[in-house]
Design a binder for this molecule. Structure first.
Ligand SMILES: [Zn+2]
Length: 309
């Protein structure tokens, strides 16, 4: 079954690989075959920033990813009509963490939009000029600059991703944003204690607003017991999400990390790379009706983006 993967740090991998070795096209040479093998029809390609990068670095990574997408036989998703594409692989460019934005917030977000970015989070785990991630002060949420960023993103129809936000930032964003937001790669904390997972209350609020959350295949986000870190247990998060808020609020954001050094064992046992993506579909089929599996796999995310891009 075709899949929409809402989060993969491929944008970062493109620039880092090019800086280390000679590569004409990292997307095609290192990622394309795996994505096709996993039947990932839509991939959200994230440029990830950990909190130390400046605006120049952000621009360089986005421009490099934009250029590779342009030179590859993939279709970029820029507006709702791009979902008519019949391409085997469609990509949507995203930014994870906007630490490089410390001034001229509206102009810089406009620049990101003009270069194809359609989904972005204000912070990764760090505390930055806009917002606080899960490692920042729990008392600090969105800054005044961060509120301006939310308003600019709303104006442009750039979708806000709350996956790395701390709780205060999460609630501040929900209060400030006039449009639904998404958590591209977060499970439920009631089933796995990872801080990056959402509380039941957060997930319900996200869903009530019309947003959705993507099932994350990183092993600690699935279950704290190593025996249970697999696709079957990830499907349990989907079951509980459905109980809490309904099927329409569930998507997939695997966060595969096999292409980074030292991350070979970060993922669930049978979900080590995009090649294994269909293992989650099989696990979902054991617990859901076919029509519901399809909604989780791609339809909910496509419907959301058709409406809000
Ligand atoms: Zn992440």
């Amino acid at each position: 079954m075709k899949i929409f993967d809402m989060h993969a740090d491929i944008g970062t991998n493109i620039l880092e690989t090019k800086e280390k070795e000679k590569s004409e096209n990292v997307l095609m040479e290192r990622h394309y075959d795996k994505l096709i093998a996993g039947e990932i029809r839509w991939s959200a390609i994230a440029c990830y920033f950990s909190g130390t990068e400046d605006w120049e670095r952000m621009k360089k990574m986005v421009l490099t990813a934009e250029e590779e997408i342009r030179r590859s036989p993939v279709h970029p998703i820029l507006s709702p009509c791009d979902f008519q594409s019949e391409a085997s692989l469609n990509v949507i460019l995203t930014v994870e963490g906007m630490c490089g934005i410390t001034d001229q917030v509206e102009e810089k977000i406009q620049w990101l939009y003009d270069h194809g970015v359609r989904i972005a989070s204000l912070c990764w785990n760090e505390q930055n000029a806009l917002a606080s991630g899960k490692d920042g002060s729990s008392l600090r949420g969105l800054s005044a600059l961060g509120k301006r960023a939310v308003r600019k993103m709303n104006e442009l129809n750039m979708v806000i991703d709350v996956s790395h936000a701390n709780e205060k930032t999460f609630w501040d964003i929900l209060e400030t944003s006039t449009k639904p937001v998404i958590a591209t790669h977060s499970n439920l904390r009631s089933l796995a204690a990872a801080e990056r997972n959402l509380t039941d209350q957060q997930f319900k609020a996200l869903a009530e607003m019309g947003g959705l959350s993507g099932l994350n295949a990183a092993r600690n986000f699935i279950d704290s017991d190593p025996q249970n870190q697999d696709a079957a247990h990830l499907a349990n998060h989907a079951l509980r999400m459905k109980e809490l808020a309904g099927i329409q609020a569930i998507g997939i954001g695997f966060d595969f990390m096999d292409f980074f050094d030292h991350h070979e064992s970060s993922m669930g046992q049978d979900l080590s790379s995009a090649r294994m993506a269909q293992n989650l579909i099989a696990a979902l089929r054991a617990k859901f009706k076919e029509e519901e599996v399809e909604r989780i796999a791609w339809r909910n995310t496509v419907d959301f983006l058709k409406r809000w891009l």
